[in-house]
Design a protein around this ligand. Structure first.
Ligand code: NAP
Length: 261
């Protein structure tokens, strides 16, 4: 008799999570559910079973894992989504199941690149200085209010949906990335951008804005990643995650005495 497929919950909301979920469509040994927070009105979703919205903290997520017979939790959320990653680590431990973290490496400056690294968005707002400047914010809408503390600057705010609160001199730019190098360069030029503020998201998809900033002489303020809980199993790419999950589903000795080994 064929073994039951391994039930997997993917915490998503990133390109990597979506690529992994799409790779799992029709994968015989793995039965995956894809979860998004529900913060964006029209998230990109795979053809897998999906769910939307928070679980209700660690306890809610742990309960979900039990109720749905989840045997492996994949945290493929954004490197700046620290709360859900902490909850995932705690819930997987409580449920006694493995946690696989999909974490793309952060960016490193190449030749000719000098970034001012700051700990958070409040520090980024301070780093802009006293003199009024034209600033491109690519930090997501939730972080925009931090720049109300520096109202002397003009902000071009790029996000998928409008922020709830913004500094007085704001030019919203509703766009879903990633943009190509030529588009990024044209934007910096047309909007006369002097400073780019971005988060160290890492990956290749959105690096073109940094390449364009370097070539246009635009200063870069880089918000560092938050500290995430260490996961026992970490991979950098969806392909590696798929390989890891396939190996897991092929093991017939996953459980002994109700404990994952
Ligand atoms: N932060 C970013 O810069 C960024 C960028 C691109 C995409 N995203 C994606 O947007 C989502 C929210 O990001 P965030 O920074 O607001 O996260 P967060 O601060 O770590 O999480 C806030 C709350 O949202 C819920 N949540 C987050 N991700 C979820 C998921 N995949 N499925 C179900 N519930 C989820 C959880 O609610 P409960 O406690 O109620 O379970 C969590 O406590 C994440 O899925 C992330 O991958 C974030």
């Amino acid at each position: 008799m064929a073994a039951e497929p391994t039930r997997v919950l993917i915490l998503g909301g990133t390109g990597e999570a979506l690529a992994l979920a799409r790779a799992l469509e029709g994968e015989p040994g793995l039965d995956a559910i894809y979860s998004v927070a529900g913060a964006t009105r029209a998230p990109r979703l795979p053809a897998l079973a999906t769910r939307r919205g928070g679980f209700g903290g660690t306890a809610g997520l742990t309960g979900y894992l039990y109720r749905h017979g989840i045997e492996c939790l994949v945290d493929a959320t954004h490197p700046f989504a620290a709360r859900i990653s902490a909850n995932a680590a705690e819930a997987a431990r409580a449920a006694g199941i493995p946690l696989l973290a999909v974490q793309r490496p952060g960016w490193t400056p190449g030749p000719g690149e000098r970034w001012q690294r700051v700990a958070d968005t409040a520090a980024a707002a301070r780093a802009l200085g006293r003199e009024p400047r034209r600033v491109l914010l690519t930090i997501g809408r939730q972080e925009v209010p931090a720049f109300c503390a520096a109202p002397q600057h003009t902000y071009i705010i790029r996000c998928v949906e409008p922020p709830e609160r913004a500094p007085p001199c704001a030019e919203p730019l509703l766009q879903r990335g990633p943009l190509r190098y030529a588009e990024e360069r044209a934007l910096l030029h047309e909007r006369a951008v002097e400073v780019l503020v971005t988060k160290d998201a890492g990956g290749t998809a959105t690096r073109s804005k940094l390449d364009a900033a370097r070539d246009c002489g635009v200063a870069v303020v880089m918000v560092e990643r938050p500290r995430l809980p260490a996961a026992a199993h970490t991979v950098a790419t969806p392909a590696e995650a798929l390989g890891w999950l396939r190996a897991l589903s092929n093991r017939d000795d996953r459980w002994a005495d109700g404990v994952y080994r």
